[in-house]
Design a protein around this ligand. Structure first.
Ligand SMILES: Cc1cc2nc3c(=O)[nH]c(=O)nc-3n(C[C@H](O)[C@H](O)[C@H](O)COP(=O)(O)O)c2cc1C
Length: 223
């Protein structure tokens, strides 16, 4: 698979088939992603890979706590800036509206939208999941390193015929995940990620998000 094809076909998959991903495949993907660059070659990332029964334990524990704390236990970082300005605000709004339109859930149907959002906490059906952490001493530069590691995993997954879904949503259940996985105090949870085969029959299987025109983000100087 060409890099451009992996990039083009990587999308956030929100409907997976239940077939587990073999450990060898996951190890191959992670070993490959370790080639991602990082400032000073710090390789600041840490990854916790889960499948059943631990995956199900996480799902059940969070489900059990949802009635009491529907918004979660609280993330350790702002998932989005508290006062998101334009054009970012509209982009965020539109991707949500486009996704719910594909799912046939209107704006007024808050209950169904919430129920769909809660699928995050079932990894959208992904049989395997990963959680990503970094040591707390890390700074902005290392967050960028982690991002490169994450994208490398997503692209290599495509080469293995798999899809991925990054999930910051899990950050709101940090204490629960920390406890179940035994994540040490010096590490901070960034996000989760579902990985597996896509359910090609699902209405979201052909959902493709938009991108801003190049002129909105790039300026060329001396050309
Ligand atoms: C770090 C990160 C965290 C994300 N967290 C979530 C999430 O919790 N739930 C979700 O449905 N999508 C999540 N997304 C997916 C984004 O909404 C998605 O990447 C964006 O809309 C672009 O769509 P695409 O990935 O299909 O190209 C996340 C993406 C990234 C990069």
């Amino acid at each position: 698979m060409r890099v451009s094809e992996a990039l083009d076909t990587r999308r956030t998959c929100r409907a997976f088939k239940p077939e587990p991903v073999p450990r060898e495949t996951l190890e191959a993907i992670l070993r490959g992603a370790q080639r991602a660059p990082s400032g000073g070659n710090l390789q600041p990332w840490r990854v916790y890979v889960v499948q059943d029964p631990v995956r199900q334990q996480i799902i059940d524990t969070v489900h059990g706590k949802m009635a009491e704390t529907p918004r979660g236990e609280g993330a350790e970082y702002h998932i989005y800036p508290p006062e998101l300005t334009e054009p970012f605000k509209t982009r965020r709004f539109e991707v949500g509206e486009q996704m719910y339109a594909k799912l046939g859930i209107p704006r007024e149907d808050k209950g169904s939208r919430l129920m769909w959002f809660a699928r995050n906490f079932e990894f959208f059906g992904a049989p395997t999941a990963m959680f990503f952490t970094m040591d707390r001493q890390m700074q902005e530069g290392q967050w960028s390193d982690l991002g490169m590691f994450l994208q490398s995993i997503a692209l290599l997954a495509r080469e293995h015929g798999l899809h991925t879904a990054f999930q910051e949503a899990w950050a709101v259940w940090t204490p629960t995940i920390v406890e179940i996985l035994g994540i040490p105090e010096n590490e901070m949870l960034f996000c989760g990620m579902g990985i597996g085969e896509e359910d090609a029959e699902h209405p979201l299987a052909d959902f493709r998000t938009e991108r801003a025109p190049l002129d909105d983000l790039a300026s060329f100087h001396g050309y």
